[in-house]
Every structure is written in C-alpha cells, then in structure tokens.
Ligand binder design. Sequence first.
Ligand code: DC
Length: 215
Amino acid sequence: MIPASVNVVAIDGPAGAGKSTIARELSRVLKLPYLDTGAMYRGITCAALRLGIDVHDVDAVAKLASTTILEITDDALVVDGVDATSDIRGDSVTRAVSAVAANSIVRSELRERQRKWVAIRGGGVVEGRDIATVVFPDARLKVFLTASPFVRAQRRVAQMGGDVSQIEHDIAERDHKDSTRSDSPLRESENAIVVDTSNRTIDDVVNEIAIAFHG
Ligand code: DC
C-alpha cells in the first residue's frame, strides 16, 4: 500500500504566518483536502471550558480529549454535537489553548486522529506546528511558513481588531510557549522549504509551494 503521507503537504509555522490562508488556497489548487490541526487543539480547549475543566489539570484534560467528538469540515468545527466554529477563535480559547497543546496525552490522541483523517482521504494539506517534524515526517512536501512579528500582529488586527503592539506581545508569548514546550515544540523540519510571507502575495506563495510539490 502506498503510504497516505505521499500526498501530504505538511505546513508548520507560528501564529499569523499565513498558514490557514495559504493552506486553504493550496488545497484548492492541488485538489487535496485541508486539515487545520490547530482547530482540533482549540476544539478540545473549548470542550474543557464548556465543562469548567481547568486546562492545567493534565489528567482531566487527557480524559476529555479521548472522549470529545470533533467534526471537522473546511469551514466549521462541531464539538460534541454543538457548533464551536466561532467560539474556538474567541479570546478565552485562544488564551487557554497553549496549556492544552502542551498536554502529551492530548497530543498523542490528536496525532492519531490526524493520521487517520489523512489516511481515509488519501492525503491532504495539513497545517499546524508539528506536522512535518512529528505527525507526517515522510510528507511529500514540508513547508515552514514564517513572517515578521509586526506583520503577523497586523494580520491578526485586520482579522479580529485590537491593538497591534498588544497583539504582537501576545503572539510572541504564544510562540515562546509553543516552541519551548517539551513535547513536539514548534521548529523547522530539516528538509522543509522555508517561506517568509511578510511581503508577498498569497498567490505568489501558493505558486511557489505548488511548484515545489510537483517538483
Ligand atoms: O494555529 P492555531 O493558532 O489555531 O493553533 C492553536 C494552538 O494549538 C497553538 O497554541 C498551537 C497549538 N498547535 C499545536 O501545538 N500543534 C499543532 N499541530 C497545531 C496547533
């Protein structure tokens, strides 16, 4: 059997680097399904907040992750039968999600779900923080997207409003947590192509990645 990861584009990078925008467009161009793994961590976080579970309670959150049903489509996330599409982008989930993403049992549960999701569909454009390094180390193409902290903060403000310098500070804090945690920290995979999206158009970046995919 051909491993499903043959048709995987693994996209990692920090918050605001343009992963979701680029991955969605790339999925359209390459005709591969799109999976936002960050939404899965956000979905478990949302389930914990709904139930009043402390996100730092490692055992309780691990148990929750094994039973929470996540229904993921291109533009929606349903958590245990209740739509959570906008809640997962809200401030409370955004503030709490790093603690959930640092939980090794949650990571191992979601990693398996991500591999199954791709295996069933025969491939995908998969974005996250550990996709090239841990989840699909044999992906056909690995991409590390980055952008300057200021540009990343400006993009978040354009999407959600707020103050650029406060958001720049929050982004730096979350990057630090994501890249210094002991389990699957955010880092470039050895053979990833590194693309700085700061001063480039979406089409330009998608083109470069599509060309690299067809190699
Ligand atoms: O990409 P995002 O902002 O929606 O991700 C939400 C959080 O989940 C963020 O703190 C990083 C974490 N995450 C992760 O640890 N591993 C992934 N594969 C995807 C996201």
